[in-house]
Ligand binder design. Structure first.
Ligand code: SF4
Length: 737
């Protein structure tokens, strides 16, 4: 079957919304048309000249090409760009709803200064000149008092030029306390560095694999570049008719991805990597691995084999994972029979990371099959080369500040352990941070252990937010310098997560700024200039656009003309950069392969269930707002009124005396919340799944006060290799309210 653009769009949206064969779309259209008529701000497109502007969607790291239809000056529709290599004309519900964010009433319209108590949400509008003078004075005081290291930043997990400008500003200013929100990409980067010597997160060639074995990755639940994943799934489905392409999902619940897979096997949450090790044991034992590849390109196989032989035979793994040992053997046989099998590790969408060791356990299967740097296999995600900025020259204050002990002692450059910042501030009598700048992140919503986050923020004298929306963190700020929305500004997206070929896309203004907002890149450059001296010298550009042009260098012309540059002929080179110049099952220093599963917090007696998050393509989970259209599209197995629904198996429900739709109390060692019960046999017994992306306390009436934030129920659990917070499942109790 050939998939044309229209068919693909339907497929993408069908997969996204899961609505293809349900009456939901019709109910939704009907409800929405009645409902939206009551909005005072319902847009009525003006009559005007129709035009189209190409740009890129930055609402998630997916980086889809978009075409925005305009009538006069007003944007009236966002569509997927048919010629863009990431999304091939597809678009997800969030991308489609971008205009609700652009024109909606929840945006911050002008710089704001807090006048009420912190967190009271009482601000007064001020001018940009006043806001920048205020910030400049706060920061100048720190430098004058030789306390530059008391400036800290929490940034989103992006590699765009604006995020990099913050890093440069902090360096020139004299602080090493720069934190980025953690992501699953950091974990796979670390795993690849150890096994292959590669830099960069992993990319899987799913379009060309003939057997995809996903260990928990929500491949069509928002993983990677979401629309690209729908596309790959659609292509795979069409290929299925001609060949023996298979897709197997390992998951503790019947996620959307599991439902679309050919086969779904349920395992106890958190034991997916143990299943991978048991499969490896069987494959090695039965000599079903790629002998040529392992002999020529790997080292440490004997130590790896000794470890799995001792600890992870299918029999032993069966008792841990809950999967029958015969099924484990069958899976290992099935996987190793394929020509181009690929094993993918993940936990739902990319918001959640497993540990580095879990990633390595799953990736070892790819090495056993020799499917690394090969068609249908995996390699490190390549980036389009960009020009490095000239290193900033540092003055004495900056050097002294950078020599101070960092709040995260393990940080070499930017730390992806913001939970440590929170812990250190809570521990200290007086906050080691005097000023915190937050850009591209909503840590109050996104970080676990909410009580500590709140306690830490209360101690920081000055908080500056660059958010476009009044989110949970902006409410805590003393000063808000609102950023333009992506449809109003220049920016870039580098190769999206999971993509195999280098690509850079240009985000450019589709409409003039609607409110008194500014591109944060310009704000940082202006701020540096106002600081003067070496800080100003580190920012030689007159404005952000000049800085962006310089960074994108030789690509700029093509980006301006076409909107993206892709190296479509890119082919990975089989070259390992480890010290042994081979794929390392175990490092050359160590003779044994270590594997320690992540601990699941909580006492079994007190908390008999395991709570796991579940992702939906209809909910934004990274702390940014979910537009009203998407909230309205949630079905009543996710949200009913203001109650979030948690999924449990009918056996669990029976043993707890709970019935479908009952109101219950969900408790964990870190918090509790009111929930409704969704009884489903698509989840393992003794597991409770809670949707992520609800439980906001900020934004608007459509989003605030609906359900429970999963992050408020968990606390940080550090990865043993990186210290990154990899908390995922936690012990929980569910009882009738
Ligand atoms: S997948 Fe991400 S980048 Fe693509 S349209 Fe949706 S929100 Fe935008």
């Amino acid at each position: 079957m050939k998939i044309d653009r229209r068919a693909f769009l339907s497929l993408g949206l069908g997969a996204a919304a899961g609505t293809a064969i349900t009456p939901l779309p019709w109910k939704l259209i009907d409800d929405s048309s009645i409902w939206t008529q009551t909005w005072p701000w319902t847009p009525v497109p003006p009559v005007g000249k129709v035009s189209h502007v190409n740009s890129v969607c930055t609402l998630c790291p997916g980086g889809c090409g978009i075409t925005v239809r305009k009538s006069g000056d007003r944007a009236i529709k966002i569509e997927g760009r048919g010629d863009h290599p990431v999304n091939n004309g597809g678009i997800c519900m969030l991308g489609l709803s971008g205009l609700q964010l652009l024109y909606g009433p929840t945006r911050i319209q002008t710089p704001l200064k807090r006048i009420g108590k912190r967190g009271e949400n009482i601000f007064k509008p001020i001018s940009w000149a006043q806001a920048q003078t205020f910030l400049k004075e706060t920061l100048s005081n720190l430098r004058n008092e030789k306390k530059s290291h008391e400036l800290a930043c929490i940034l989103g997990n992006n590699d765009d030029s604006c995020t990099n400008l913050f890093g440069r500003f902090c360096q020139a200013f004299g602080t090493s306390n720069v934190f980025q929100m953690p992501s699953a990409q950091d974990i796979s980067s670390e795993g690849l560095k150890r096994m292959q010597g590669d830099t960069g997160p992993i990319a899987y060639d799913l379009e060309n694999a003939d057997y995809i074995l996903s260990f928990g990755a929500g491949l069509i639940d928002g993983w990677g570049a979401p629309v690209n994943m729908f596309y790959a799934h659609g292509k795979r489905k069409s290929a299925l008719k001609q060949s023996n392409v298979r897709f197997v999902q390992i998951d503790s619940r019947l996620s959307n991805t599991a439902a679309k897979a050919d086969t779904w096997f349920a395992v106890t949450p958190g034991t997916e990597a143990i299943l991978a090790l048991a499969m490896a044991q069987f494959i090695l034992h039965e000599h079903r691995y790629n002998h040529d590849f392992t002999r020529r390109y790997t080292q440490g196989l004997d130590a790896f084999k000794a470890m799995v032989d001792k600890q992870y035979t299918p029999r032993k793994a069966s008792t841990i994972t809950g999967l029958d040992e015969e099924i484990i053997r069958f899976l290992a046989k099935d996987f190793s029979q394929a020509k181009r099998p690929v094993a993918v590790f993940g936990r739902g969408s990319l918001e959640n990371a497993g540990s580095v060791q879990e990633f390595m356990a799953v990736h070892a299967l790819n090495a056993l099959m020799g499917n690394i740097y090969e068609k249908g296999g995996s390699w490190a995600k390549p980036n389009m080369p960009v020009r490095d900025w000239k290193p900033a020259e540092l003055d004495d204050i900056a050097i002294e500040g950078l020599n101070q002990k960092s709040i995260d002692p393990d940080a070499k450059d930017i730390s992806n352990r913001p939970h440590r910042l929170i812990e250190q501030i809570c521990k200290a009598k007086q906050s080691p941070v005097s000023c915190l700048m937050v850009y591209g992140a909503n840590p109050v919503y996104q970080l676990s252990n909410h009580k500590s986050v709140q306690e830490a923020l209360n101690k920081i004298p000055s908080i500056v937010s660059f958010s476009s929306f009044m989110d949970e963190t902006a409410i805590q700020a003393d000063l808000i310098l609102p950023d333009h929305l992506y449809l109003e500004k220049y920016g870039e997206t580098m190769t999206p997560p999971g993509m195999q070929k280098p690509i850079v896309s240009l985000c450019k203004p589709v409409v003039d700024p609607i409110f008194e907002t500014r591109n944060t890149g310009d704000v940082i450059i202006d701020l540096a200039k106002k600081m003067g001296g070496a800080v100003a010298n580190a920012f030689p550009w007159p404005d952000y656009l000049t800085c962006l042009k310089q960074r994108l260098g030789q690509h700029w012309k093509e980006l301006e003309n076409k909107g993206f540059v892709e190296n479509s002929s890119y082919k990975p080179v089989k070259r390992f950069s480890t010290s042994s110049r081979k794929f390392e099952f175990t490092s050359t220093q160590k003779q044994s392969f270590e594997f320690n599963p992540i601990t699941i917090d909580g006492e079994l007696k007190k908390y008999p269930l395991i709570m796991v998050p579940c992702d939906s393509i209809r909910l934004v989970a990274d702390g940014a707002p979910t537009p009203p259209f998407m909230i309205k599209s949630l079905d009543d197995t996710v949200l009913k009124g203001n109650d979030i629904l948690v999924e449990i198996n009918s056996k669990t429900a029976k043993s707890l005396g709970l019935r479908h739709n009952d109101i219950a109390s969900l408790s964990t060692p870190h918090g509790n919340g009111r929930v409704r019960v969704n009884v489903s046999d698509g989840i393992m017994p003794d597991v409770v799944a809670i949707p992520r992306g609800l439980g906001h306390t900020a934004y608007d009436d459509y989003l605030s006060g609906k359900g429970v934030n999963y992050m408020s129920l968990i606390g940080p659990v550090e990865d043993s290799m990186t210290g990154q917070d990899v908390a995922w499942g936690i012990r929980a109790r569910l009882s009738k309210a």
